[in-house]
Design a protein around this ligand. Structure first.
Ligand SMILES: Nc1ncnc2c1ncn2[C@@H]1O[C@H](COP(=O)(O)OP(=O)(O)OP(=O)(O)O)[C@@H](O)[C@H]1O
Length: 254
């Protein structure tokens, strides 16, 4: 399953939010999307999810223009966890996650034991099985975030789009979400602000003012020129003595 943006542009009320962005998400890769606030990451996510259409260019899913696919066909292949995802209040966590099964259900395929198993598995993966019967409205921000990820996993997508999935999470759950994403084997686009977290991705796309500034392996993409131009910082690299991995410390450029 390959998802591709070809020269997409998105304008809203005379403002260009994305301009001539082209990228391909290959099977099984984790593509990180980074860029300053307002650079167009969420807009690109929504285009890739088929929620909005480009007014120039195309989004192509497995060789077919997204515009030719029904929402149901898209939802069987792509799951989005949006930044401010909301769910109706009077619902248990389990039922909220079960909504992820919707694209797979119809009169000929009613809810089955298989759907139960997918929901239970998704809840376990995000460490929420113990809260399955809780009322959604009682969850903390981070628990909600993990429940949204579980809902997306229950959808069993071939492509997962995660818009800043770690932003409400404590450090342990941030790491567990990143480990989970890395181990899923599902093509994933993940918008991140923490550039050290972004280093774990297979490739990075850097957006600035709606334009793609760089695309490639993280160590190449987050070079001094891009860090200065796009993020307004310089980095010093430190080596973790425990495993030899490289960590960046950032300093503002005056
Ligand atoms: N419907 C809209 N009408 C007008 N401007 C919009 C609309 N939606 C988004 N924008 C603007 O488009 C730009 C890109 O927004 P977007 O949410 O894609 O950025 P982002 O990179 O995800 O930002 P952040 O890191 O702050 O979440 C922003 O300047 C935003 O204010």
């Amino acid at each position: 399953m390959i998802l591709e943006a070809r020269h997409v542009r998105r304008r809203v009320r005379g403002r260009t939010l994305l301009d001539d962005v082209s990228l391909t998400i290959s099977t099984g890769e984790v593509l990180g999307l980074v860029g300053p606030n307002g650079s167009g990451k969420s807009t690109l996510m929504r285009l890739l999810a088929g929620l909005v259409r480009p007014d120039r260019g195309h989004v192509i899913l497995d060789g077919r223009p997204m515009a030719d696919l029904s929402q149901r066909e898209i939802a069987r292949r792509i799951a989005l966890v949006a930044q401010s995802a909301e769910t109706a209040d009077r619902i248990t966590v389990r039922d909220a996650v079960a909504l992820g099964r919707t694209p797979w259900l119809d009169a000929l395929s009613p809810w089955s034991a298989q759907d139960d198993a997918e929901v239970a598995h998704a809840l376990r993966r995000v460490d929420l099985a113990h809260l399955a019967l809780r009322d959604w409205s009682t969850l903390s921000g981070g628990e909600r975030q993990r429940a949204h990820i579980a809902r997306a996993l229950a959808q069993t997508p071939q492509i997962l789009l995660l818009d800043e999935p770690t932003n409400h999470l404590d450090i342990r759950h941030q790491l567990s979400v990143l480990d989970l994403v890395g181990g899923l084997g599902v093509s994933t686009v993940i918008a991140l602000h923490d550039l050290n977290h972004a280093m774990r991705c297979d490739r990075l796309a850097v957006l600035q003012d709606g334009r793609l500034q760089a695309l490639g392996p993280p160590a190449e993409v987050l070079n001094p020129a891009i860090l200065a131009q796009v993020f307004g910082v310089r980095a010093s690299a430190l080596i973790d003595p425990q495993d030899g991995s490289r960590i960046m410390r950032f300093h503002p450029i005056d």
